[in-house]
Write a new protein. Structure first.
Length: 188
């Protein structure tokens, strides 16, 4: 009798489960993706964007897609991870922009070195204490890796162009909702 009742319960449970609609899989959201038409991720940065290009060297074109709808602003940080500035653990900051509007999906080639851009973007000072893009200038020897990091934030940073990288990272803390990076290599 016990086996019969257990069998009936199992059959009933199986028929109830068979009538349930199949579980739907969550559709994965597209991920924020940064790219450049100026160089391939992991590739060599062309001379025209480096100190080898001379005084006319400018920033590469960068673009991104799939920003989450909750992004209010972006931050772009470019740094050389192969340099320990002044024998410290810090790497070499080459470019830092913040409060890039959420409606923006690219930075053009040759961004002008102004602290405030017309769309509200702020450019902070790089490792040499100047505003704007500092072209890669690694000496002869092994390639240096220049990381371009894009952060999507759920806030606008209440900082000005005199903000340091540490100030910006601290203000970003708890507000990063998306991030992607690409790497370019350079040496003379």
């Amino acid at each position: 009798m016990k086996i019969f009742v257990t069998g009936l319960i199992a059959c009933f449970a199986a028929s109830v489960l068979a009538q349930q609609p199949p579980a739907t899989k969550a559709i994965p959201r597209p991920v924020l993706t940064l790219s450049s038409t100026s160089f391939e991720d992991g590739g060599v940065i062309p001379d025209k964007y480096t100190m080898a290009g001379g005084a006319s060297a400018g920033s590469p074109a960068l673009q991104w897609v799939n920003a989450p709808p909750t992004v209010l602003t972006f931050v772009m940080i470019m740094h050389d991870t192969d340099v320990a500035a002044q024998r410290k653990s810090d790497d070499n900051l080459h470019w830092m922009l913040f409060n890039i509007p959420a409606s923006t999906s690219s930075l053009p080639e040759g961004v002008v070195a102004n602290a405030s851009l017309p769309d509200g973007t702020v450019q902070a000072k790089h490792a040499r204490g100047q505003v704007g893009y500092m072209p890669p200038g690694a000496p002869a020897g092994p390639y240096h890796h220049y990381i371009f990091e894009l952060y999507g934030l759920d806030t606008k940073l209440e900082l000005g162009p005199d903000a340091t990288r540490a100030d910006i990272l601290k203000a970003m803390d708890g507000h990063v909702i998306a991030k992607h990076s690409i790497t370019g290599r350079f040496h003379r």
